[in-house]
Ligand binder design. Structure first.
Ligand code: ZN
Ligand code: ZN
Length: 444
């Protein structure tokens, strides 16, 4: 009986401490939310394209330095040596314990904003091809950066509650899928403490603000871009018998590719083959010499991705050969460097889900289905050797989400010119969730 009383007292103190921690984190968030809103709006009005995040990375680096982090800038080596790697690492050592990486993206998209918000982006800048384009934070990376900096501030103030090494990572060029690879290529894990765990968040317009979502296991697919050139023998549109028509071959290829997923792939292994672009010919009566196709392939498992790529090559070459296109005019299939799948380590996500429920309440933490979109964050896990996880941050007004679910009309999604997260509650939840996640992994 006495033992039980002592136990109750101990449990009472623990619960009491947890509540006090929560209250002080809430109070700290309330104290700072106005300044985070300003940061968010400033970032939103000044977006920069992938491979060009010069001012954004300098801002993030400066803020981390002010908080006492040891900061390194310009990390990242792209395959195109003309591009600067604008990666940022902020390091804070606070005694023994695990090394936790928290990542934010830095880049924005070539989208002309149409939200009509007072802080809409008016920015135009030159893209990789030298063309001037409108730029917008249409994926919410401004929400991510602000939550990341807010989390950095909370964790520096709560240093007595955790022990270990915190590594805050500003990653460039997520939208082009080559930023994480560029950072890794720059000897990332030799130059900085390697993570025991790496975490990130991404906003989600389909989820109510105030909530977070998680997906154990495969959450997002790998993405591979493929360029196909179908070469024929051109000629007069009135005399097809003197030609090898690449337009007809391209049409057959597009249809034949549909059988890869429906006939060759197991229905239990999700994958997608999409032909997103097809260009050939100049006018009515000319059979052209070539047709160019651009494809995206999505898959979770690497062996599935490889098999799909091999099938594409086999089908393209086979259809062209069947059409009588000579060997020296055989199609070319070029596969570009892609983005790996995002695999959320189930044990890690289980642990974080418990921390989220404690911080945000049972009803505000939901499991969500995986998707075939892509993200290069998983690459920091080196083929699942390092446990990584990304979680979803609700970003839309709950009333609008309800209306959208009832009507079946989707809210403006990520990459839409109309994407407009509700900043204040989203930032509050982003900082609270990420801070709680790190405290869970580094608690004393
Ligand atoms: Zn995006
Ligand atoms: Zn994004």
């Amino acid at each position: 009986m006495r033992k039980l009383l002592v136990l109750c007292a101990v449990v009472g103190v623990l619960v009491c401490n947890a509540n006090a921690q929560q209250q002080s984190l809430d109070a700290m968030i309330e104290r700072d939310i106005a300044s985070w809103l300003t940061t968010y709006k400033n970032l939103h009005t000044a977006p920069e394209l992938s491979h060009r995040e010069e001012k954004t990375s300098a801002f993030v680096a400066g803020e981390l330095r002010k908080l006492g982090f040891t900061v390194t800038e310009r990390i990242g080596k792209f395959q195109n040596a003309q591009w600067t790697g604008y990666g940022v690492i902020g390091l804070l050592k606070n005694g023994p314990g695990p090394t936790i990486w928290v990542r934010t993206e830095l880049d924005a998209l070539p989208v002309e904003e149409k939200t009509g918000l007072p802080y809409s982006s008016q920015v135009k800048m030159k893209n990789d091809a030298g063309l001037e384009v409108n730029v917008m934070h249409a994926c919410g990376h401004d929400i991510h950066m602000t939550s990341f900096l807010g989390t950095a501030k909370m964790l520096t103030e709560l240093k007595s509650q955790w022990s270990g090494t915190l590594v805050l990572v500003g990653q460039p060029s997520e939208e082009t899928g080559d930023g994480a690879a560029a950072m890794l290529r720059d000897n990332l894990y030799a130059n900085f403490p390697k993570p025991d765990f790496a975490i990130a968040l991404h906003d989600k317009p389909e989820l109510e603000t105030g909530k977070v979502g998680y997906t154990p296991g495969y959450a997002m697919a790998s993405a591979t871009s493929i360029d196909i050139k179908i070469r024929g023998i051109g000629g007069h549109g009135s005399a097809p018998e003197t030609t090898k028509d690449p337009i007809v071959v391209a049409a057959q290829v597009v249809m034949a590719l549909q059988t890869i997923i429906s006939r060759e792939n197991s229905p239990l292994d999700p994958a997608v083959v999409t032909v997103g672009s097809i260009h050939g010919g100049t006018r009515y009566n000319i059979i052209p010499d070539e047709v160019n196709l651009q494809l995206t392939v999505r898959a979770y498992k690497e062996n599935v991705r490889k098999r799909v790529l091999a099938s594409i090559e086999r089908i393209v070459k086979g259809v062209a050969a069947t059409a009588g296109i000579p060997e020296d005019r055989a199609p070319t299939v070029k596969v570009s460097e892609g983005t790996g799948a995002t695999y959320n380590n189930p044990q890690l996500i289980d642990r974080l889900a418990v921390a989220f429920r404690k911080a945000l309440g049972e009803d505000n933490v939901v499991e969500m289905p995986p998707m075939m979109a892509s993200e290069d964050f998983g690459q920091f896990g080196l083929d699942q050797k390092i446990p990584t996880t990304i979680f979803w941050l609700g970003a839309s007004d709950p009333a609008k989400v309800k209306q959208s679910r009832e009507s079946g009309v989707a809210l403006p999604g990520l990459h839409s010119a109309l994407f407009a997260p509700v900043p204040e509650p989203t930032l509050r939840t982003g900082v609270k969730a990420m801070t709680s996640a790190v405290l869970e992994l580094m608690k004393k």
